[in-house]
Design a protein around this ligand. Structure first.
Ligand code: SME
Length: 149
């Protein structure tokens, strides 16, 4: 079972550094702590343009710096507001590929006062790696992170 100390996430969230540095530190901590997390990043809602824009991330740069609502997995989560686990991205028709190495993805919505404000997006190079553990832990992390918005 993978392990991440929520205390460390809370510590980063309540530290004196600015918001994007906190988000970046959380991405790096998750990527470095969990073997099957190969890219970890935040997408932030641009309500005016009905798009997500890329926030802090850890991993290789991605061309998907702006994602219209409805496009790809992240854009679908923006429209529906539900957590999505894709265990095999090759089966998806509405999917934005960042790298051929990515096999699976989890996207967790972040709500502030009941409104979608951002998403936590994690890509994995492993086949079907996500379990209830990821879902449970990442939801808790997103509640902590929501307070930063
Ligand atoms: N795969 C995502 C795009 C973002 S990258 O994974 C960093 C999607 O389909 O929305």
């Amino acid at each position: 079972m993978p392990f991440i100390e929520l205390k460390r996430i809370k510590g980063i969230a309540s530290s004196q550094i600015e918001r994007n540095e906190k988000l970046k530190s959380i991405c790096t901590l998750l990527k470095d702590s969990i073997l099957h997390y190969d890219w970890v990043g935040f997408y932030i809602v641009d309500d005016f343009k009905k798009e997500l824009y890329l926030g802090p991330y850890a991993g290789d740069p991605t061309e998907h710096t702006r994602i219209p609502f409805g496009k790809g997995i992240c854009g679908q989560v923006a429209e529906k507001g539900n957590l999505v686990i894709i265990q095999d991205v090759s089966e998806q028709s509405n999917y934005l590929s960042c790298s051929l190495n990515v096999k699976s993805e989890i996207v967790v919505p972040i709500f502030k006062n009941g409104k979608l404000t951002a998403e936590l997006d994690i890509d994995s190079h492993s086949d079907s790696p996500f379990t209830e553990w990821d879902e449970k832990v990442l939801k808790k992390i997103c509640v902590i992170v929501s307070k930063l918005f």
